[in-house]
Design a protein around this ligand. Sequence first.
Ligand code: G3P
Length: 215
Amino acid sequence: MKLFIDSANLEHIREMADLGILAGVTTNPSLMAKEGKDVTSVLREIASLVDGPISGEVISLKADEMVEEGRHIAALHPNMVVKIPMIPEGIKAVKQLTEEGIRTNVTLVFTLSQALLACNAGATYISPFVGRLDDIQFDGIGLIEEIRDMIDVFGFNAEIISASIRNTKHIQDSIRAGAHIATVPYEILKKAFNHPLTDSGLKAFLEDHQKAFGK
Ligand code: G3P
């Protein structure tokens, strides 16, 4: 499973990219608003930091306006992917952008039938929101499993981006459920590195070396 960072913070993206773990980046309007910078410049900067799919989200609600926005986003860099909300006008825009050879990421997916609609329109990526489903007592990871089965059985080309990741268990469960990608917030990516036995084990190795060789 590939790892993306779910962020529009350039320092956080740079730090994780430098560690060599990132295959792509997803943004959304809320993440962009948090940074308070010009969205186009932020997307360009992100594309210069990470060599992989970079999702930039449209904010229009009409298909033809989404397509216009999508063309603008796609023109920023060859790695750009147009993130489109899972609404009828969005699906219409996905179909059009797909025909133009522009990659799309259908976001705010909460059911298997929504995922099916996105697949049929030609979506490149589908983003089920695991954490937000868990928040309302639904099985977010179960939805990832169902979508993966559907993609495999019917031979769709779409890849699943497990989104709305709230903890490191969500990362692990996304692997087991067959997500192609997990897009993970900065703080959770940092936590994924840690284990107390790694720390105590390293400490013991270095102390043993010091005792034996004195350096
Ligand atoms: O970018 C989409 C998704 O990952 C949002 O996550 O935490 O706002 O539910 P969250």
